[in-house]
Design a protein around this ligand. Structure first.
Ligand code: SAM
Length: 367
């Protein structure tokens, strides 16, 4: 079938069972991810003018790489599968674009060559590619993870094995997953004296996506490690707190209701997004993109999200408190009127972030 995205049209095989069993994989639901990638590549080139090379490390049909090439990136498309690389060649030719196509294990390629920007968009977890991707990236590493159940603690052992962290299945599960992924990537980069700082991250439609900007040196890598830590969470009253460092220091019990606390970590507690970069990307979202409106709305929400390591869901809180939910704008306004910072989040329509704790939220938003 033919698919048009942005400036290009590619051919991809019919996807019988959501991509399973197809000769070459293609997921139409990831169009938003790809539109934001193209806008991010444009914005990143303005932020760092000397960058020019882009590796689509797990290319499948090549749609990402073909779109990068159509935006004047000196592009390499890599896939381990013969059918995929043949399709990448055809899709480049169809769009009259030139790029290098490699049939290779991406880990071998990334160990032997470095690119300004590397994009790892595999099946499931990106961890099997993490070490090579860190070594094969000069400036910006873009990573997708679709194994949301291990990441957010729903498949606990698998999450522990893949990410070397303790994930917990909390009511802020998508953010838990994002921060577990970021923790693993930051720790991987730090092993090579590289600071990997997320400048854009979003959890959308069963995947987590992040863009990590690299800075080289032991000192800056240490600074990144200092932003790892633990979240302590009460499943009963939904109180939570966090502490920095690689040794967890949880309070004995929940200070609000005395129930047992669950601890997750080490997770990334730092910023997941640079608001200025989110704005710069939004400026690069153009009308030919199929998800332009959705992308702009998402980027505006990411820009405005306040910087706290967890978020709340108004509906879940109100249910616990035995009270009716209200319009999000009014709810957030009440928190602000009471002197707290508060914003919506991109994790869901009824989610918010605030510097108030669960007791303060309840008081500030009471009738
Ligand atoms: N990035 C694509 C897109 O936006 O449509 C989707 C990629 S698909 C989820 C994952 C691809 O990774 C598959 O085509 C698979 O053949 C490829 N792959 C798996 N292991 C690989 C490896 N070790 N090296 C390179 N490619 C690999």
């Amino acid at each position: 079938m033919r698919v048009s995205e942005g400036r290009v049209t590619v051919t991809v095989p019919e996807q019988p069972d959501a991509g399973k069993g197809a000769d070459v994989f293609f997921n139409p639901v990831q169009e938003l991810n790809r539109d934001i990638t193209v806008a991010a590549l444009r914005a990143y080139r303005e932020r760092t003018p000397r960058v020019s090379t882009y590796l689509d490390a797990t290319a499948a049909s090549g749609i990402r790489g073909v779109r990068a090439a159509a935006n004047d990136w000196e592009t390499t498309l890599c896939d381990i599968d013969d059918d995929a690389t043949a399709l990448c060649e055809q899709n480049l030719e169809r769009n009259d674009l030139a790029a290098s196509v490699r049939r290779s294990d991406a880990n071998v390629l990334m160990h032997s060559e470095a690119f300004d920007v590397v994009d790892v968009d595999p099946f499931g977890t990106p961890i099997p590619f993490a070490d090579a991707a860190v070594q094969g990236t000069k400036h910006l590493l873009c990573v997708t993870a679709t194994d949301t159940a291990p990441l957010c603690g729903a498949h606990f052992e698998s999450g522990v094995r893949s990410y070397g962290a303790v994930p917990r299945n909390t009511e802020f599960h998508a953010e838990m997953g994002m921060r577990v992924l970021l923790s693993a990537m930051v720790r991987t980069a730090a092993r090579y004296d590289i600071a990997a700082r997320p400048i854009l991250s979003h959890a959308t439609k069963h995947y987590a996506r992040t863009y990590l900007e690299f800075d080289h040196g032991a000192k800056v890598a240490n600074d990144c490690i200092d932003e790892l830590g633990y979240v302590h969470h009460c499943q009963h009253c939904l109180w939570r707190d966090h502490d920095y460092g690689l040794i967890a220091d949880p309070p004995e019990d929940c200070p609000v209701c005395d129930k047992h606390l669950q601890t997750a970590g080490p997770i990334w507690l730092g910023r997941t997004c640079d608001p200025a970069f989110a704005d710069a990307i939004a400026e690069q979202v153009t009308e030919e993109m199929g998800t332009a409106d959705e992308a702009k709305e998402l980027l505006a929400t990411l820009r405005d999200e306040i910087d706290t390591p967890t978020h709340y869901d108004q509906h879940r809180l109100c249910k616990r408190w035995g009270r009716g939910a209200e319009a999000m704008d009014e709810f957030i306004e009440k928190l602000r009127d009471a002197g707290y910072e508060a914003s919506r989040t991109h994790y869901g329509g009824t989610t918010f972030k605030t510097d108030a704790d669960v007791v303060e939220i309840r008081e500030a938003t009471a009738e």
